[in-house]
Design a binder for this molecule. Structure first.
Ligand code: PEP
Length: 254
């Protein structure tokens, strides 16, 4: 595939896997994906498994991501995890603003922007999630929603930081539902996102930023989605919980 942005495929394990299960899964991934160079591969286990998973992938081509972090460097924030704490486990990426957190924890664009700035300050690469609900799509509000989320969640980032930020376009109606955006719908949204980045930053930044698609990505739809010109990878939920399906998604994307 000739794309000048390297594909990045990340598995978001969400609130799944005990430490023993996480170790099993990542050990198999490490073995089965050892030859892959064409794709940046990331696993995002729950916090409790970061330490053990980190040890296993230390000498591999798989990188470690977290599913969230707090925007403050330290202090009285019970139950929270800072960027520096993640870095102790060699975490390189952090998912921010997943639609489940926007819905369950009431995360706002403004909070996500502060987290993204804190991530960059600690040299972590944020994976910033955006996406419209079904109601918004049906009301023809998709582009307006995406633009608001982009302008809000990326506020305050420099061009250099933006280039090191990954975006994940995840239509809420496609997450965990088995209902995937068509490759054309994904491409249309990704092209629009890139056009907003060009306005917010410049053409060079817009050309460089990698935009993942997320929402019921499976082995049998990965190839068509990844071959779209503005789709630069995937954020995978359910299908990242089994080595066989995550490996097949990666192999089918190359
Ligand atoms: C996700 O939660 O980021 C996701 C895309 O989930 P799924 O692949 O299960 O739809």
């Amino acid at each position: 595939m000739t794309k000048d942005r390297k594909l990045i495929i990340a598995g978001n394990w969400k609130m799944n896997k005990t430490v023993a299960e996480a170790v099993d899964l990542v050990t198999t991934l490490k073995r089965d994906l050892a030859d892959v160079k064409e794709v940046d591969m990331v696993v995002c286990p729950p916090f409790t498994a970061l330490c053990e998973v980190s040890k296993i992938i230390l000498d591999s081509n798989i990188r470690l991501g977290a599913q969230n972090m707090n925007e403050h460097p330290n202090g009285a924030h019970t139950g929270e995890i800072s960027a520096q704490m993640l870095k102790e486990f060699s975490v390189r990426y952090v998912i921010l603003g997943h639609s489940e957190r926007r819905a369950d924890q009431g995360e706002t664009d403004e909070l996500i922007a502060r987290k993204a700035q804190a991530a960059h300050a600690a040299a972590l690469k944020p994976i910033v999630c955006i996406g419209e609900t079904l109601e918004q799509r049906e009301a023809n509000e998709t582009e307006a929603v995406l633009e608001t989320q982009l302008r809000g969640s990326l506020a305050g980032l420099t061009a250099e930081q933006m280039t090191e930020t990954i975006l994940a376009y995840e239509p809420v109606w496609a997450i965990g539902t088995g209902r995937t955006a068509t490759p054309e719908q994904a491409q249309e949204a990704h092209r629009f996102i890139r056009s907003v980045l060009a306005q917010m930053f410049d053409d060079t930044v817009a050309r460089r930023v990698r935009i993942q698609y997320g929402g019921s990505v499976k082995p049998d739809n990965a190839r068509d989605l990844m071959s779209q010109p503005d789709v630069d990878g995937a954020l995978v939920g359910g299908a990242s919980l089994e080595a066989r399906s995550f490996t097949a998604i990666i192999r089918n994307s190359i």
